[in-house]
Design a protein around this ligand. Sequence first.
Ligand SMILES: [Zn+2]
Ligand SMILES: [Zn+2]
Length: 68
Amino acid sequence: MLEDGTLCQYCGEENAVIRCLGCGIPLCNTCVKLEDYGFGCDGCKIVAFCPDCFSDPNINTVLKYTDT
Ligand SMILES: [Zn+2]
Ligand SMILES: [Zn+2]
């Protein structure tokens, strides 16, 4: 999914394996935050965020539902 040799843009030390859904930066396995977007519709959809986007409710919309 990513070109070989692309470095994680968050830590800059490990090879990136996926891109953040929010800001699009390459992320390694250590930095990526996975969110389960399965809301009972068509199964579980796992999406990837960087730590910044993961904690931003405007980007990670799962956070909007955690209190309901
Ligand atoms: Zn990293
Ligand atoms: Zn991001």
